[in-house]
Design a protein around this ligand. Structure first.
Ligand code: NAP
Length: 276
């Protein structure tokens, strides 16, 4: 992988964390180009990371092995228009992190026969603790899949999916998931403050408990219900709290919230794909 060159279309938050991740994993700045219309952002990439930058998008494709699509969904179609001719000439692997942009639509906008890997990362990727679902189309070969995986692994954990439709489920799980946990932690923190704990103390204990529970589950071979039972003594405090959550129908609420997110992900992808 030492000889590969990569170009980013869009130099926003995700591109910033992915470029940071690549440099951390041994890529040199001269093998990375970021194409971004905003001069301040370009300066940041140049000065902070020592990568090449451009104000227009075709240089992302020129002589590069990989291009990363890292613009907002609503501007993707426009961002790809100027690279169409060069793309058909150079045919780099396309890694798209654009939420809701389907392989068949990217394929159409790039003129066809493109090796495409779609990746659905999440916000903790910004601090190197992301969780990314990956899907590769039939044009992507084994080496290209490895390149895409190592790119996304530079900002967190990765999993491969066999069906593209599963990316909508991943969006509802890990894509939107950080906000669910924030919401739960916010309520927990408020409850503790309501019972007299100082706000700083409540915040610290809430965040560390969430992080600790996740770390414990990751390091353990036991299932989540088994781990939960270990910390739930019969007749104890935890059991009483969980009983209230069960009686309020929390599992059903989570099921319905999840279904709403997955349905919305599909609808948004449909709308994006309606662009000609
Ligand atoms: N952030 C996340 O946690 C996350 C998670 C999963 C997926 N994603 C996906 O990742 C993509 C990027 O997200 P982000 O948070 O990095 O967004 P962002 O910070 O808004 O970055 C997008 C960048 O693209 C630039 N841009 C706009 N039009 C362009 C064009 N025609 N050509 C090239 N660049 C252009 C924008 O510049 P201006 O600001 O000057 O317009 C901006 O700097 C999105 O599609 C999002 O769905 C993000």
């Amino acid at each position: 992988m030492e000889h590969l060159k990569i170009g980013f279309i869009g130099g926003g938050n995700m591109a910033r964390s992915l470029v940071g991740g690549l440099l951390m994993t041994g890529w040199s700045g001269d093998r990375i180009r970021v194409c971004e219309p905003d001069a301040e952002k370009r300066d940041y990439f140049e000065q902070q990371f020592g990568v090449r930058v451009s104000s227009d998008n075709p240089p992302a494709v020129h002589g590069n092995d990989v291009i990363v699509l890292a613009v907002k969904p609503q501007v993707l179609r426009e961002a790809l228009r100027p690279v169409l001719t060069d793309f058909q000439k150079y045919r780099p692997l396309v890694v798209s992190i654009v939420a809701g942009a389907r392989e068949r639509d990217i394929q159409r906008w790039l003129g066809g026969e493109a090796a495409i890997v779609r990746a659905m990362p999440n916000t903790p990727a910004l601090v190197g603790s992301g969780a990314t679902g990956l899907y590769a189309n039939a044009f992507a070969n084994e080496q290209q899949r490895e390149v895409a995986e190592s790119l996304m692994r530079s900002v967190g954990a990765t999993v491969w999916l066999n069906e593209e439709a599963m990316l909508d489920v991943v969006t509802a799980l890990s894509g939107s998931g950080p906000a669910y946990f924030m919401y739960f932690m916010e309520a927990l923190e408020q409850a503790a403050v309501g019972h007299g704990l100082a706000p700083d103390t409540a915040r610290l204990l809430t965040l560390e408990t969430c992080l600790g529970a996740a770390k414990l589950a990751i390091k353990s071979n036991e299932t989540l219900p088994e781990l939960r039972r270990h910390v739930t003594s019969p007749g104890g405090t935890t059991e009483w709290a969980l009983r209230v959550m069960d009686e309020a129908g929390l599992p059903d609420i989570i099921q319905r919230a999840f279904a709403a997110a997955a349905t919305r992900a599909t609808e948004m992808a449909d709308t994006l794909g309606d662009q000609s």
